[in-house]
Design a binder for this molecule. Structure first.
Ligand code: GLV
Ligand code: MN
Ligand code: MN
Length: 412
């Protein structure tokens, strides 16, 4: 059977999403399943169990990336793969990442239901630490897989407690033996909620993702001088938090001056010594700059450096500003994008081309395999928030598009 007219089981996909969401519940209806925690392990174990029940064989690589394989008629062909991540933000939703993982499983279950044999094998994958929340940078394990980072860099990234990715992979039993990247794909597709408001506003069910914007991540430590809050006159202070506050405003302006596409965020700040009657002596902060064009992204980074120099000169502070990550703007493979567009059109889903504002594992995989992505709307465009929501109908539509884009590439 070719599988031309088959459809995925939307209810089973939804039930699996809700079952996975029970692992690492948040406090407001979403999830907190940070990378390589015990809850991440439980989520991985459940995915592996479901894939084994669906007849897949499992491989795990040295970054803990999981590959669940359904054999093809010609098992020597490189697999047509899909997947995303199971880790979440500290106050994350039930769909960011998880939808892309369980959509892959649903594709495999559907092919089994209908006895469809593909020429190439099909693989459902899970990528480690996509979020970059517990361990920076984001998408690190798909990055190692794609040869962007070496394995020692990947294993040695630390969380704020000094625990490393390598040690935590070992602790939860997901330090696999396969060399990263020693695993070729014929094509890769990732389904994801849009995480922004465009599809909902345009009343489209499917986003045909043409590419993703670039990102530059920085870490900044501003240093001034601790001194007594009651006895130090205002004109003798070197207040690192005051300097940081001015910079937050400047960083915001850097994006506002480049609307509509530029975005900038200070998402994390640590104030030292964090005592109410000591002037803050140092501040650590993170800066996330994004834009779809490299030229503008470079100009934004230059503006950040200039703003930092000015605040230091004005406020008597010193700065250590380090760019810790650069992810360039991406254009996905034109045949894979076309396969997604055709699958959406054939199924009769309203669709439009879109550029991803978020980073995704597909961005790094696109360096080593022809890659495409499928977006579905999420309510009010909200993501990285426990209220993140998507409808069972839209998720099923995204999964159907995934199924047929994969079938297109997996069958001669
Ligand atoms: C990943 O979630 C990102 O920050 O784009
Ligand atoms: Mn995601
Ligand atoms: Mn995310």
């Amino acid at each position: 059977m070719s599988g031309k007219n088959i459809q995925i089981n939307g209810e089973r996909l939804w039930d699996s999403l809700m079952e996975m969401a029970k692992i690492g519940p948040g406090v407001a209806g979403g999830n907190c399943r940070l990378a390589l925690t015990d809850d991440d392990k439980r989520g991985r174990d459940l995915f592996v169990q479901w894939c084994e029940e669906a007849g897949c064989t499992i491989r795990v690589d040295k970054m803990g990336n999981i590959f669940a394989r359904r054999p093809g008629k010609n098992d020597a062909l490189p697999p047509i793969a899909t997947g995303s991540h199971l880790d979440t933000q500290p106050t994350g939703g039930k769909f960011d990442g998880v939808f892309g993982v369980l959509a892959g499983l649903e594709v495999i279950r559907t092919l089994n239901d209908h006895g469809v044999e593909t020429d190439a094998p099909i693989e459902a994958t899970v990528w480690t630490n996509e979020e970059g929340s517990r361990f920076a940078p984001a998408m690190i394990a798909s990055g190692v897989f794609a040869g962007v980072f070496d394995i020692d860099y990947g294993h040695s990234r630390e969380d704020t407690d000094g625990k490393t990715i390598g040690a935590e992979l070992d602790r939860i039993g997901y330090l696999g033996d396969q060399d990263c990247g020693d695993h070729k794909f014929g094509a890769f597709f990732e389904t994801h909620i849009e995480q922004g408001p465009i599809l909902e506003a345009e009343e489209k069910t499917i986003g045909v993702v043409a590419g993703a914007q670039g990102q530059r991540w920085f870490e900044l430590t501003l240093t001034g001088a601790e001194s007594h809050a009651g006895t130090t006159p205002m004109n003798r202070r070197k207040d690192a938090l005051l300097g940081a506050s001015k910079l937050v405003t400047e960083i915001n302006r850097i994006a506002l001056e480049r609307e509509p596409y530029a975005v900038s965020t200070v998402g994390m700040m640590q104030v030292s010594p964090n005592s109410r009657n000591t002037i803050p002596g140092s501040v650590f902060m993170t800066i996330d700059l994004r834009h779809p064009e490299d030229e503008t992204l470079i100009a934004m980074a230059d503006a950040l450096r200039a703003a930092c120099d000015k605040v230091c000169a004005d406020d008597g502070l010193t700065a250590e500003l380090e760019e810790i990550w650069y992810s360039p703007p991406i254009a996905f493979d034109k045949d894979c994008v076309e396969a997604v567009r055709n699958a959406a059109a054939t199924a009769g889903y309203a669709n439009m081309d879109i550029i991803s504002g978020a980073g995704h594992d597909a961005c790094y995989i696109s360096r080593v395999a022809p890659t495409g992505m499928v977006f579905v709307p999420c309510e009010d465009g909200i993501s990285h928030n426990e209220v993140e929501s998507a409808t069972p109908e839209d998720l099923a539509a995204g999964c159907n598009v995934l199924l047929h884009a994969m079938l297109d590439r997996a069958t001669a």
